[in-house]
Design a protein around this ligand. Sequence first.
Ligand code: PEP
Ligand code: MN
Length: 359
Amino acid sequence: MNIKNKNNVLERNNNNALIMITGPCSVESEQQVVDTAMQLKKTSVPFDILRGGIWKPRTRPNAFEGVGSRALAWLKKAGEMIGKPVGTEVATPLHVELCLSHGIDVLWIGARTSANPFAVQAIADALKGVDIPVLVKNPVSPDLALWIGALERINNAGVMQLAAIHRGFSTLDSGEFRNKPGWTIPIELKSRIPELPLICDPSHISGKRELIQSVSQEAVDLLFDGLMVEVHCNPDVALSDKEQQLTPAAFKQLMDSLKLKAETTEDSEFLRHITLLREDIDKIDTDIIKLLGERMERVEKIGDYKKKCNVAVLQPDRWKEILKSRIEQGEQSSLSSDFIENLYKLIHEEAFNRQERSS
Ligand code: PEP
Ligand code: MN
């Protein structure tokens, strides 16, 4: 990939500070974007780019789909009032054209668009010969090749101020997140294209305010180059993504809370390894829990037979035999007898309670 390292506004600066992009999910009115910008300025938190969505790709029709091109001038004005470049999402060549004619400084390609090579190529064609920084969000699905493909299409059009934004993935088991982080994917992207700045969007990963701090800290720990955080002057009445937008004051608290890590090679190696190992651990734990559930199902079936045949729930000999054999097995896997004894006491207690309940 051919990326400009000098004068790229998406690169970390000499102080190695994070690249910070912040502003509302959507530009809703001139007043709202100006108020948000002025309040952000008042916090004195350093940031690099004021963001605001003009055309909103919504999953369902009839949700607020953005104000459209008339809001471009409001965003630009808000940026000028606080002396910051402004950025917005583009999904079509017409969006690109309108942004360029309104002096928008930075563009990004959203997750729903980066998933579609036709749409990305059309945007790339519209960007030929234009020197504007472009950020490419990961596609909604956890598909690293598709993400890299989108970056390559934009880069091949001659865009050299390029960065990637990790905003999590839409998966069946997103857990507490709106979009599952799947950290191994952006980490793999960084190891394949180290010169590409990598920015995390904790707002769209989290989907709710409470998770934004921990996701941001994790991104910082993993040596991301920057953050894109949604901030609104009055999130409770926001027309899109209101659960995840922060007030400017909460944004300041977030930034004050982040503990920045030094960037050393050993560190990034170390973080890469532990992230992979933690993913292994998550998978193993999923298996352990599933197996425990299956074990308890058998226990309940035995309970039914005991009840039918009028046999006591507690079987001291069987319990002694279990404890003895499991401790021996544990030793073979370097697990202490204390640990196995405690673990099986808990399992046995639960099994006993379940059989008692049904007896
Ligand atoms: C956004 O940044 O407002 C947005 C729509 O994000 P994404 O494309 O990541 O869903
Ligand atoms: Mn949003």
